[in-house]
Ligand binder design. Structure first.
Ligand code: S3P
Length: 180
């Protein structure tokens, strides 16, 4: 049994980290925290505005600072942004302070789930499929490296995915949460 004090979700945009994360947090009695939302609250700016004015590197700095702050706490479910695994320090911290679940999704599901999204700066271009493919090429090995558990969300609703995950986590994770 892994005794990590937090649950951490990693995976690409459109894998369902927020929708699955909210349900799981409820079932385990954890506080749900969306790292992107926490960044927006701390900086008083949207993710798009941070990318626009400070560039991706400025965003990544803030992302690392917020993750360090969040993961110092416990009994939380932290849904991370798709690029949070790029930084080795973030990965180390996630592993030290969390039971890490990689939610994976195929390109088709991602495109479908993100079809109407206008808020993600990396996808504000016509060649979304290419962008997602390239991001996956670089990041997939990092998601796997950091993960204690891998779950494929393709073809599952958020409710189905969280029910399955709940069962698997009950066997593998002995954190602060109490399964309802
Ligand atoms: C990003 C993913 C986004 C957000 C930002 C950058 C990425 O989070 O952090 O737009 O680099 O993949 P979600 O994965 O929650 O969409």
């Amino acid at each position: 049994m892994n005794p990590a004090p937090n649950l951490v979700l990693v995976g690409p945009m459109g894998a369902g980290k927020t929708s699955i994360g909210r349900r799981l947090a409820e079932r385990f009695g954890l506080s749900f925290v969306d790292a992107d939302h926490a960044i927006e609250q701390r900086t008083g700016a949207t993710i798009s505005a941070i990318f626009e004015h400070m560039g991706e590197s400025g965003f990544r700095e803030r992302e690392s600072a917020v993750l360090a702050e969040l993961l110092a706490g416990e009994a939380q479910l932290v849904a991370t942004g798709g690029g949070a695994v790029l930084d080795p320090g973030n990965r180390r911290l996630m592993q030290e302070r969390g039971f890490v679940v990689y939610l994976c999704a195929g390109l088709e599901s991602q495109l479908k789930r993100l079809a109407r999204d206008r808020s993600r700066p990396l996808l504000q271009r016509p060649d979304r499929e290419q962008v997602l493919r390239e991001l996956a090429r670089v990041r997939e090995p990092l998601y796997r490296e950091v993960a204690d558990l891998v779950m494929d969300t393709d073809g599952l609703t958020a409710a189905e995915a969280s029910s399955r995950l709940c069962l698997q986590l009950a066997e593998r994770w002995n954190g602060n949460g109490v399964a309802a």
